[in-house]
Design a binder for this molecule. Structure first.
Ligand SMILES: *Cc1c(COP(=O)(O)O)cnc(C)c1O
Length: 366
């Protein structure tokens, strides 16, 4: 069986270095808020091209804390609205709800599966405070028109970059384009820790300081609590693992791109639609997502021929029990995407033999 994502072998590439990094944290006797996290924050800022990085416990917290900080700083108030794509992973939307802000769903474009810029302006009201873009599947949103819309209506732009570490829009990397960006280092992400982890990047010093305090019980200074904060920190072991893996991220992205290009050049099957890309650098191929009207049959056929695939995502957030208040809303584009998408295996270590086999099998679907 060709597995969808072989996380074990991804990490085994760096086994020796990971063990050394882990040992050094164990021996240091310092496990939270130390040198490894500080160094990782510096290195990740320099990788993304942002002034500040704040390590947090996971990607969901990164997004929650960005909006919580805007509330504490007086930029957002309860019940304000945040625009977000209707087909995102539910975490983007949960982060908005968690702050008692109102998610306003906007359909994606069929071309990129990212938010449809032409549908945003209609949804802006006097309560709108931000646009959250999601660089879905690893493809950077084209930010220019989003930024000018945000400027026109005085909105913050929040990036959900959980799937797109290293992707470029024009000459800027995600995480350095909007006002603030949330990253996830969940083990299966392109930059994955060996446990949970996340980070916020921003150029805004007061936002960065507020997020850092909020993630540390609301405290800037030991035993002084400005806010009713929470505990959300990137621990030293995970930061050390991420420092090892960050060094190899660009070469893993390059490898993913080679596989994606091989798929794009060689998959030829009229039953399937392939992804569209604008620029090579704009997509880091967290997922290689095809579409098929007969998705169920394609998935079953691939599985019977030894290829594991997954669906990102089978049920849209607005159809989940958790959001039953939206059960009568209709999003036709999202619906079609959720009914048709199928993710083929892709990773920084997938070999050419497997890649060729996948193409042969996919092309054989009738
Ligand atoms: C993974 C993911 C998150 C959440 O990250 P966690 O680290 O799992 O909390 C948020 N948004 C998107 C788009 C994701 O893919």
């Amino acid at each position: 069986m060709i597995t969808f994502l072989d996380i074990k072998n991804i990490n085994l590439q760096y086994r020796q270095e990971l063990i050394e990094a882990c040992t050094s944290v164990i021996d240091s006797g310092w496990y939270i808020q130390g040198n490894e996290c500080n160094k990782f924050e510096e290195e990740f800022s320099s990788y993304c091209g942002s002034k500040y990085t704040v390590g947090v416990a996971n990607g969901l917290d990164a997004l929650i804390l960005i909006m919580r900080a805007y509330i504490e700083l007086g930029d957002f108030n309860e019940n304000d609205e945040v625009i977000v794509p209707s087909n995102t992973y539910i975490a983007s939307i949960l982060a908005i709800s968690k702050n008692n802000l109102t998610p306003v769903l906007v359909e994606p474009s069929m071309d990129t599966y990212n938010i449809d810029i032409n549908k945003i302006e209609d949804k802006i009201t006097s309560k709108t405070k931000a646009i959250m873009v999601v660089h879905l599947y690893g493809q950077a949103v084209e930010m220019e028109s989003i930024l000018s819309l945000a400027k026109k209506y005085d909105l913050k732009v929040i990036e959900d970059s959980a799937q797109a570490h290293g992707a470029y829009d024009k000459n800027k990397r995600v995480g350095s384009i909007g006002d603030a960006s949330g990253f996830s280092f969940y083990p299966g992400k392109n930059l994955g820790a060996l446990g949970d982890g996340g980070a916020v990047t921003t150029d805004d010093e007061s936002l960065a300081n507020t997020i850092r305090a909020l993630g540390n019980y609301g405290s800037h200074k030991k035993y002084e609590n400005l806010y009713k904060g929470t505990n959300s920190r990137l621990d030293e072991i995970q930061a050390a693992m991420l420092r090892v893996k960050l060094k190899y991220l660009d070469s893993e992205i390059k490898h993913r791109r080679q596989i994606a290009n091989y798929y794009l050049d060689n998959i030829k099957n009229e039953n399937l639609l392939l992804p569209n890309i604008k620029e090579q650098s704009s997509h880091v191929w967290h997922l290689f997502v095809i579409r098929a009207k007969r998705r169920g049959e394609v998935q079953k056929y691939l599985s019977q021929n030894g290829i594991q695939t997954l669906i990102h995502y089978p049920v849209p957030p607005y159809k989940q029990e958790a959001y039953s208040e939206w059960s009568n809303q209709k999003f036709y584009i999202s619906e079609m995407i959720h009914d048709e998408v199928l993710s083929l295996p892709i990773s920084g270590i997938q070999n050419i033999e497997d890649t060729i086999k996948i193409v042969e099998v996919v092309n054989g679907f009738k």
